[in-house]
Design a protein around this ligand. Structure first.
Ligand code: C2O
Ligand code: CU
Ligand code: CU
Length: 454
């Protein structure tokens, strides 16, 4: 790229991939693969990702967890229209954004900590079906702080994208409706009000995979990329206790100090970066990653088979990184956001403070650099995601949030009837951003709000 930024090119196209043995699944793929290619970047080195849309639907690319100016954040109306298609795509209600034809560059400053990010489609009203059909990939940010830690690396660092899918008999992904019709059929909407679930869990696009490993420490970057399913992941060892998961990072990168968990719970879009010590196991052991929230086929995720002993000089230090603690000043602005079912146009949908998403209707005008306290209140489970900057969880129902909420988060699961307080601080970029429920069907059913930074 002319500006000296590193350039990645991605072509969005249809492809067929073998997911279930002997069948071919049509996908919408970044570079025709599912998940999309893993992008790696370094803190302080700007990156341009040039997306070409060779699909037959408009797309929008969002870098989830990216600290990105408005123009490149994947505003839900900033469409990339299909190459060679000169139709005039008007999002519903006639709202429009900055439309590109065929191709556009997304410029990322990458002025942010090392972390596990991901990129996915973010088109208004159609994010659920687009992601379900394949438009999601990892983006790993690295930096010097992390480089200096003796953590497991290279083939012992495994990004694991976990998502569920339902399959039709011919092997295609079975998403209940893929078109505008979904919006006018209250019956269809009602059935999928809680979001679309599949009965097969995939890890990096493969069902029930087995990964051969050394008897050594591994770093697992866990991402829940499901539309609506939540997981409680543990590592089960035949005839022995579960292996502990040592959490080193969350959505926004390294924690100050490691936290040990028996299991970790991931709502859609959450990431847990954990280190697991397999060296305590004899060669031949098969460890199963189980999902305590699943049933039938969804209670198991993948297997790790220990195939050899091997040297390992990695470890998890007691101190990982500096983590700034957001301080809430007296007189800080406080806002309450209620996530609930409500009327959206002429049917029921999902709302924030009783309103459904309208891009021009700002729910919060926030000043850059000021710490605010947001109170998130829900009826049922809603994983709430905020764009532009990560936040910190202050309290759940007024009490200590607990170790699973440690560090910088960009998505927090609000449990039924729970009240969660978060400290939010936007920095660097003015403009319009969104915050929304990351249950993708809820998002598509308008549970999204505009936040304007000034
Ligand atoms: Cu991962 Cu606004 O999304
Ligand atoms: Cu995001
Ligand atoms: Cu929701």
């Amino acid at each position: 790229d002319r500006s000296g930024a590193e350039l990645y090119r991605i072509t969005q196209r249809r492809a067929h991939v073998e997911i279930l043995p002997g069948t071919r699944t049509p996908v919408l793929g970044y570079d025709g693969i599912f998940p999309g290619p893993t992008i790696e970047s370094r803190r302080g080195r700007p990156l341009v990702v040039r997306h070409r849309n060779e699909l037959d639907v408009p797309t929008v690319v969002h870098l989830h967890g990216g600290h990105t100016p408005h123009e490149h954040d994947g505003w839900p109306l900033d469409l990339v229209l299909p190459a060679g298609d000169d139709r005039d795509w008007t999002p519903h209600h006639g709202m429009r954004g900055e439309v590109a034809r065929g191709e556009r560059d997304y410029r990322y400053p990458m002025e942010q900590r090392a972390a596990t990010l991901w990129y996915h489609d973010h088109r208004m009203d159609f994010t659920g079906p687009a992601v379900y059909r394949g438009l999601a990939g990892f983006h790993l940010v690295r930096d010097e702080v992390e480089d200096e830690l003796p953590l497991p690396r290279e083939e012992r660092e495994l990004p694991l994208m976990i998502c569920d899918r339902a399959f039709a008999e011919d092997g295609s992904f079975a998403y209940p409706a893929f078109d505008e019709a979904m919006r006018s059929l209250p019956g269809v909407r009602e059935e999928w009000m809680e979001g679309v679930l599949g009965d097969v869990v995939l890890v990096n696009g493969a069902p029930w995979p087995v990964h051969e490993i050394d008897a050594a420490r591994y770093r697992l970057r866990l991402l829940n990329a499901s539309n609506a399913r939540r997981y409680r992941l543990a590592l089960s060892v035949p005839g022995g206790p579960d292996l502990p998961l040592t959490q080193i990072g969350s959505d926004g990168g390294l924690l100050a100090a490691p936290v040990s968990h028996d299991a970790v719970e991931l709502a859609p879009a959450e990431r847990f970066d954990v280190v697991v010590d397999f060296s305590v196991l004899p060669v031949g052991t098969e460890v199963t990653m189980v999902n305590g929230l699943g049933a039938g086929g969804t209670d198991r995720v993948m297997r790790f088979r220990v195939v050899r002993r091997a040297p390992d000089d990695s470890r998890v230090p007691d101190r990982l990184a500096e983590v700034e603690r957001l301080v809430v000043p007296p007189g800080a602005r406080r806002r309450t956001f209620r996530f609930s079912r409500g009327a959206v146009d002429d049917h029921t949908g999902w709302t924030i403070n009783g309103r459904s998403f309208h891009p021009d209707d700002s729910h919060a005008d926030s000043r850059l650099g000021e710490v605010e306290v947001w109170r998130l209140v829900t009826d049922v489970h809603h994983p709430v995601h905020v764009h532009l900057d990560p936040f910190q969880v202050l309290a759940r129902d007024g009490g200590d949030p607990g170790p699973a909420d440690a560090g910088w988060k960009d998505t927090v699961d609000i449990r039924p009837a729970e009240v969660v307080d978060i400290a939010v601080r936007f920095t660097d970029y003015t403009g319009r951003f969104v915050m929304h429920c990351h249950n993708l069907e809820h998002e598509d059913m308008a549970m999204m709000a505009t936040v304007r930074t000034t």
